[in-house]
Design a protein around this ligand. Structure first.
Ligand SMILES: O=P(O)(O)OC[C@@]1(O)O[C@H](CO)[C@@H](O)[C@@H]1O
Length: 393
């Protein structure tokens, strides 16, 4: 993307007291401690986790093993440039993403052996899926079945949007999700444009770039099922992560767990599950784990095949905070910078559904920004209490 002359610099994690700094200095060590307890890892795995714990705050970025299957890919993504530097002095997005790659290395996720393919975050993902809150959310679908189509559209869109609050990494460091602010929860709402891109004519292809498993993925799947049933889309491609990432990000195993949760639920939820099952088996719904989805770069740098694929979609919906950062570049834009400007490079119509959990934001009106700042200072940016639906048609 050619840079605008007023483009702010990419965020780093080097400012003590800032949100990015706290993620590197506090959230990452907490994640390692949590992973240590998640399985009875052997002494070698414990040593590797301890080394990462020391290294990720005090040390420097270490290279991947020479025989790592994805070493060349990470080199192309910048590993040689950043190796040997402090985690805090390189782009925050890169540093965080590489942390998860190194965490998988430490638990032996890629190496032949007993821990190969074992998702270190699976216990917490499954606990969430099994939680009584998930039952409550699914039983609410029964009452929705008799409501007018427009009301169902809105409920399922908002379910998917607010499902993004359920991010396990975020909960590790968010002391309280509540705010006393009386500012509206939605800071931008382009949902009319979103619906206008998906009329009930049945021809559209939706690309949904998923974020978290469990209580976010379930409503994402419900939204897809609803759009298929209403004829607003003919097919959907669900983009997930090729491996565990940012604690709760959805992998293919998580999609299958969520689907099983739906099909085994009572009432309307099971019907949604059956719709999805049928769509997967007849090819109207496909699941895609592109390597770039687990990468450390903004979408402006997506490779040609992905660009072509998303360019062919009627609409690409990006879920969540991290995808938003990757979509607009991980930069501290003035909040009133038009969303359409910073996403002009994207190969087709694009929508962001996101709760606000990091400083990056674009597309606010002057009035909304002023009201948020007057009520909360800058807390609205990271508290997860506000959300947005932004669309560039
Ligand atoms: O993408 P998600 O799940 O909505 O949020 C991811 C998140 O919790 O992790 C990043 C910090 O580690 C931030 O982008 C955000 O706070």
């Amino acid at each position: 993307m050619p840079e605008r002359s007023d483009t702010p610099p990419v965020l780093l994690g080097n400012e003590p007291g800032s949100f990015p700094h706290s993620v590197l200095a506090e959230r990452h060590p907490a994640i390692i401690r949590q992973v240590r307890e998640s399985f009875p890892y052997d002494p070698e795995r414990h040593r590797a986790l301890d080394a990462l714990l020391a290294g990720c705050t005090e040390g420097v970025i270490e290279p991947l093993p020479a025989d790592a299957h994805d070493r060349d890919r990470w080199t192309a993504w910048g590993a040689d440039v950043y190796t040997g530097r402090s985690w805090f002095e390189v782009p925050w997005l890169w540093s965080e993403s590489y942390f998860y790659r190194q965490l998988l290395e430490a638990v032996g996720y890629f190496a032949p052996g007993p821990w190969q393919g074992i998702d270190p975050f699976r216990p917490s993902k499954l606990a969430e899926l099994d939680a009584p809150e998930t039952d409550e959310e699914l039983s609410a679908l029964d009452a929705l079945a008799d409501r007018p189509a427009g009301e169902q559209d809105r409920a399922l869109l908002h379910g998917s949007l607010w499902g993004n609050r359920a991010d396990l990494g975020f909960r590790l460091s968010a002391a309280s999700g509540e705010t006393s602010s009386d500012t509206p929860p939605l800071v931008a709402d382009d949902s009319d444009t979103l619906w206008s891109l998906l009329p009930p004519s049945g021809a559209a292809t939706l690309a949904l770039i998923a974020d978290n498993a469990g209580r976010e993925l379930v409503p994402d799947l419900l939204l897809i099922a609803h759009l298929l049933t209403q004829g607003r889309i003919a097919r959907a491609v669900l983009h997930i992560k090729p491996y565990p990432y940012y604690v709760s990000d959805a992998t293919h195993a998580d999609v299958l767990d969520a689907l099983r949760r739906l099909t085994s639920a009572p009432g309307a939820a099971a019907a949604y599950g059956r719709t999805l099952w049928a769509a997967l088996t007849d090819g109207r719904l496909t699941v895609r784990a592109h390597p770039f989805s687990g990468g450390p770069l903004p979408y402006a740098e997506m490779p040609g095949d992905l660009r072509e694929e998303l360019g062919a979609a009627t609409l690409t919906v990006l879920k969540g905070d991290l995808n938003y950062r990757r979509l607009v570049g991980d930069r501290l834009w003035p909040p009133t910078t038009p969303f359409a400007d910073v996403t002009a490079y994207f190969p087709g119509p694009v929508a962001a559904l996101r709760t606000l959990k990091s400083d990056v934001i674009t597309g606010l009106s002057d009035r909304t920004e002023a009201a948020l700042v007057a009520a909360e200072g800058q807390k609205w940016r990271t508290g997860g209490t506000h959300a947005l639906i932004q669309v560039r048609a």
